[in-house]
Write a protein that binds this ligand. Structure first.
Ligand code: ZN
Ligand code: MN
Length: 471
């Protein structure tokens, strides 16, 4: 059964002020209802005034996604009642959005490139935020700091075929938005997703308001299973809106789906048509993720996978270019395969790592001063210090303090002899052609050397010492 997924993504644009008033968007650390004015509170007589920067950000995205920009678009009122919506209508774009027909390239489940078509992008205002207070008497509070924050809604065609593809689409979209400098990925709730999902031939279900990347994949995976089970039991999938309960990882039926006509859209008489003729041509785009990925392969000779990983995050890509240095492939391997994992493990961002320290570590590895294994140890010590806000010690200092510099083989001759003498069975097995026995013996020696010896060199020494014993 083919899975069919389309997404509607709401992205908060990183403008300094709201979409229709001058209130600051930088409210994250402030008290509720402190970033409000008559306009974003929807008081009678207050008029909206369009934020030019928000339009420019929208156009940047439209251009980057290769979209057709409408020379004249239009703001409309979407009427519905909800306590977080001050005017009982949301100013959005309906018939004539900012732009239509774009594309984003992602990796499909087989690792091939595929195109996800973008139906449209349009500007709209964010509603306020409800805070549900649970207690003896349950009630809700409402915070209008978010009311009027500019959103760009990005709607895709139903081109994704699995929850994993949907996750990759969102990652790619986020990366593009960060490259374009229109979006702050660190901001909580900055990206919210409604997902449409159906199994071929069945009704479509909409899962509303998923507020994390991981949540999207989880919610969709849950839906695939739920819908499959219904069909297997000969039941129909109901066309409905469902709500994702992040904590429990399930979706629950919330209400019958509204149709567009329920909203009674009409052009907002307070805002004239939005004319952008000639504007798009003047917008200069930065190098985008796909172009940068291809350049990394050309310029640095790194693999497709490394190039993808490194350019999948703007700050990471910048960091890599800073340290690529004389051995860009070595640098790519250490950043993509080792550093990233260590950072994730510590919930750290790349910003916490001084590039100079990594350059120094790479130089020491390249010069053979330390083994790869000791290199990992140095990296861990260094990151532990950064994570705890201790001063970030330089690799050379850690190596010195911990005595981690590479030992020459001779230093271990007696150690090897002792291990060989203590494990006659393994020695016998190796003589009888069991390669695994040699690995075991080398492992025993490695344990004692704390990773200071090069494993290949140790292999040679252990193997030779056994052969010498034979003579
Ligand atoms: Zn305001
Ligand atoms: Mn919307």
């Amino acid at each position: 059964m083919k899975t069919i997924i389309g997404l509607e993504v709401h992205v908060q644009l990183a403008t300094a002020t709201k979409l229709f008033c001058g209130c600051s968007t930088d409210y994250q650390d402030d008290n509720p209802n402190t970033h409000c004015c008559p306009t974003c509170l929807g008081l009678p007589g207050a008029l909206p005034c369009l934020n030019k920067r928000a339009v420019e950000y929208g156009l940047r995205v439209a251009k980057a996604l290769d979209m057709k920009v409408l020379e004249e678009s239009e703001f409309a009122r979407k009427n519905y009642f909800y306590p977080d919506l001050v005017k009982a209508y949301q100013i959005t774009q309906d018939d004539r959005p900012l732009a239509v027909e774009g594309t984003i390239e992602i990796e499909d489940d087989q690792g091939h490139e595929k195109i996800v078509r973008i139906t449209r992008v349009h500007l709209e205002e964010d509603p306020g935020r409800l805070v549900h207070v649970a207690g003896a008497s349950k009630y809700s509070l409402v915070d209008y700091n978010r009311s009027g924050i500019p959103l760009l809604e990005i709607v895709t065609e139903p081109d994704m075929r699995s929850p994993q593809e949907a996750r990759r689409f969102l990652n790619k979209l986020r990366t593009i938005l960060e490259y374009l400098e229109v979006f702050d990925g660190d901001r909580e709730g900055g990206l919210r997703v409604d997902a449409n999902i159906s199994l071929e031939g069945s009704e479509r279900v909409e899962v509303k308001n998923i507020s994390s990347y991981k949540g999207v994949e989880k919610a969709l995976t849950f839906e695939v299973t739920r819908q499959r089970n219904l069909l297997r039991r000969g039941l129909a999938v109901a066309r409905e809106t469902r709500h994702f309960m992040e904590g429990r990882g399930i979706t629950t039926s919330s209400r019958g789906k509204e149709e567009a006509h329920d909203y009674r859209y009409f052009p907002d008489p307070d805002l004239g048509p939005l004319r952008v003729a000639g504007w798009v041509a003047g917008i200069d785009l930065p190098e985008l993720p796909t172009a940068r990925r291809d350049r990394f392969m050309d310029q640095y000779g790194v693999s497709l996978n490394h190039a993808r990983t490194l350019t999948g995050d703007l700050r990471l890509a910048d960091f890599y270019e800073e340290i690529a240095g004389i051995d860009p492939v070595l640098a790519a391997t250490w950043v993509a395969d080792i550093l990233l994992g260590e950072l994730n493990y510590r919930a750290m961002g790349i910003a916490a790592v001084p590039p100079g320290h990594i350059t120094e570590l790479l130089d020491l590895l390249k010069a053979g001063t330390i083994t790869d294994r000791a290199g990992v140890q140095v990296l861990r010590e260094m990151l532990d210090a950064c994570a705890e806000d201790r001063p970030c010690e330089r690799p050379a200092a850690i190596i010195e303090r911990e005595g981690l510099s590479r030992a020459s083989g001779d230093e271990f001759t007696s150690l090897v002899r002792a291990v060989v003498a203590a494990n006659p069975q393994a020695v016998e097995d190796y003589r009888n052609g069991k390669e695994g026995a040699l690995n075991f013996l080398v492992g025993q020696v490695m344990k004692e050397t704390r990773g200071r010896a090069d494993p290949r060199e140790l292999r040679r020494i252990v193997s030779e010492s056994i052969k010498m014993g034979e003579v």
